[in-house]
Design a protein. Structure first.
Length: 275
């Protein structure tokens, strides 16, 4: 049965309600992480597997751009790719850097390492080498499946619906603030410079969620598109939850626990890599 078009307030309420009941900050693994209960090995496995998600975010956003015919939306959305891939004053391999005065990305924004590079530094701060992250040697099948499903969703769905799926950012600023505080309090063996990604995303996620919400409210403008937007956000929450399920159950399958014994203390530069 087709329902009528929701007004703006009702639509926003339905979207926010999804986070209240299904955002992955409520997953037992995530709760344990924020309570300081994870062993160093478990934390590294989370960092390594979450990196696969991080490196696919700009690919997902590029798919949305490729499907979007609205110039104003493309101009608003494209910064997300640069936020994660970063920008550089160097030319491409085999090319000279742009000459002074030539129009290039440097005129749009100062050089930035981007979120992917920041996550690689987080990995190094946890005791993971760049090669370990880049070659996916610790990637679990369930995490790969969930992330690939998200990228394929962005490729195949109507672009406003794909944008709506990114609205987990509505719930991210509080999560990032809590995560940063937890890492600083409970995982002091991690070099503080490795936490820059979390610090940046507190601000970026708030900006990005405002932007995505405005686009969703404007372009998901039929009952059918509104319903698809709600289901898309539910799907994205399922993706994030499934990633943590895969990490958590990967330990249980091997008869191990990701949680550290209460008496153990991992301060003082613990750096061994995962087995």
């Amino acid at each position: 049965m087709t329902t009528g078009l929701w007004d703006r307030e009702t639509f926003v309420e339905k979207l926010r309600a999804i986070g209240v009941r299904g955002y992955h900050d409520k997953h037992p693994f995530h709760v344990a992480m924020n309570e300081g209960q994870l062993s160093p090995e478990a934390l590294r496995v989370w960092v390594a597997n979450r990196f696969y998600y991080q490196r696919n975010i700009p690919i997902k956003d590029a798919a949305i751009l490729a499907n979007c015919p609205v110039r104003e939306v493309r101009r608003a959305w494209i910064h997300r790719i640069l936020d994660h891939d970063g920008t550089s004053v160097k030319g491409l391999e085999g090319e000279a850097p742009a000459t002074p005065g030539e129009t290039d990305s440097r005129e749009l924004a100062p050089p930035s390492e981007g979120g992917i590079e920041a996550w690689l530094r987080l990995g190094e701060a946890c005791g993971l080498s760049r090669d370990e992250l880049l070659d996916n040697r610790h990637l679990l099948p369930g995490v790969r499946f969930a992330v690939d499903a998200y990228v394929n969703f962005a490729r195949r769905q109507p672009w406003p619906v794909a944008i709506a799926s990114s609205l987990t950012e509505l719930f991210a600023p509080d999560l990032m603030s809590a995560r940063l505080a937890a890492f600083e309090k409970f995982y002091s063996w991690i070099d503080a410079h490795g936490l820059d990604y979390f610090r940046r995303r507190v601000t970026q996620a708030r900006r990005d969620s405002d932007e995505a919400l405005a686009i969703t409210l404007e372009y998901c403008n039929t009952p059918e598109l509104q319903g698809q937007a709600v289901r898309a956000l539910e799907f994205k929450c399922d993706v994030l939850w499934s990633m943590l399920d895969a990490i958590h159950h990967g330990y249980l399958k091997e008869g191990r626990s990701p949680f550290r014994p209460p008496t153990e203390n991992f301060g003082g530069g613990e750096t061994a890599a995962p087995a």
